[in-house]
Design a protein around this ligand. Structure first.
Ligand code: BTN
Length: 320
């Protein structure tokens, strides 16, 4: 790690603290001029670092840039993080890593996606500097049927991370949307590649997009999409903390998929059970009442004609 990255790591772990040039120079065994050069270069990259004669350098708490050092400081296990300013889709980047022999828990995180996508190839608006767009490479060892739970684990992990960082309550709209005050603040897209020879899974990519800071969405999403923080409201800690919290919590639930540890929380957070829902699922379309979720996360619904069905995937929209 170069001097600039070392200093950034130190700053990120103690936002708002002031360091004198002499302190930093001593800590890293370099000259004060070298410290000054590294700080200048961080400022040029857009970090707000105040330099005052008596106090030295202060990394302002309001800095909210995603950096490897900023995220890694909260991660408790070895994983390779790559932070990009702008990519097409982080899922595509991780697929490339997977094909090139990447390891489980390799992650790509972006400040912006120009081709962010959701389920059914829908566009996922991924505005620069406001969200957290993460994809994680997985090499699941459990059964193909259980890979369905990757998305549900991620939904629980995201809910917990958002609540911890914002103190706001969120719920899950089956299967993979996280809602705050009725608006979608996160979407999850899991993609997998099967090995034709063995019939098994060679890898999966879980992609998570959270709208963290306030942004105005295009007209067609107004009333549907929302952000965790409102206009003029900022998290105590930056988006890096949310990204790390999601990765940590997702790992906890993912490693316990065979025990279904996530399930009780997933069900408790369901915004669908007991609600009137409009079901779009394959060739089924119609109004129903959502009755329950079974242990496979299938949604049990009673259609208005009395027919009871278990839905394994599909799109449910809720009539409010
Ligand atoms: C959905 O709402 O249908 C799922 C949206 C998933 C968006 C995330 S953002 C990170 C990753 N990269 C993508 O292109 N999509 C996922």
């Amino acid at each position: 790690m170069g001097l600039k990255d070392e200093i950034l790591k130190q700053f990120e772990s103690s936002r708002g603290t002031s360091y004198s040039g002499a302190d930093l120079a001593k800590r890293y065994g370099v000259s004060r001029a070298a410290v000054w050069k590294a700080v200048k270069s961080l400022q040029k990259e857009g970090f707000a670092i105040q330099a005052t004669t008596n106090r030295g350098y202060t990394f302002l708490a309001a800095n909210d840039r995603l950096t490897e050092a900023g995220i890694a400081q909260y991660i408790s296990f070895p994983c390779r993080l790559r932070v990009e300013k702008s990519v097409g889709s982080t899922n595509d980047e991780v697929k490339k890593l997977a094909e090139a022999g990447g390891d489980e828990w390799d992650c790509v995180i972006a400040e912006e996606q120009t081709k962010g996508r959701g389920r059914y190839n829908r566009k996922f608006v991924s505005t620069e500097g406001t969200g957290v767009y993460i994809s994680i490479l997985l090499r699941p060892k459990f059964s193909a049927a259980e890979t369905l739970f990757i998305t549900t684990c991620a939904a629980v992990a995201v809910c917990e991370a958002i609540e911890k960082i914002s103190g706001k309550s969120v719920g899950i709209k089956w299967v993979n949307d996280v809602l705050l005050n009725g608006k979608k603040v996160c979407g999850i897209l899991t993609e997998a590649s099967y090995d034709v020879e063995s019939g098994g899974l060679s890898y999966a990519v879980v992609g998570i997009g959270v709208n963290v800071l306030f942004q105005k969405f295009p007209a067609e999403l107004a009333g549907i999409a929302g952000t965790v923080f409102e206009e003029g409201e900022y998290p105590q800690e930056g988006r890096a903390r949310i990204a790390a919290e999601i990765i940590e919590r997702f790992r906890y639930y993912y490693e316990r998929i065979p025990q279904r540890t996530f399930f009780a929380e997933y069900k408790r957070r369901s915004l669908v059970i007991g609600k009137r829902v409009k079901v779009f699922s394959g060739n089924i379309e119609g109004w129903a009442t959502a009755l329950d979720l079974d242990e496979n996360c299938f949604l049990k619904v009673r259609f208005d004609d009395g027919n009871i069905k278990l839905l394994s995937s599909g799109e449910v929209s809720i009539r409010i």
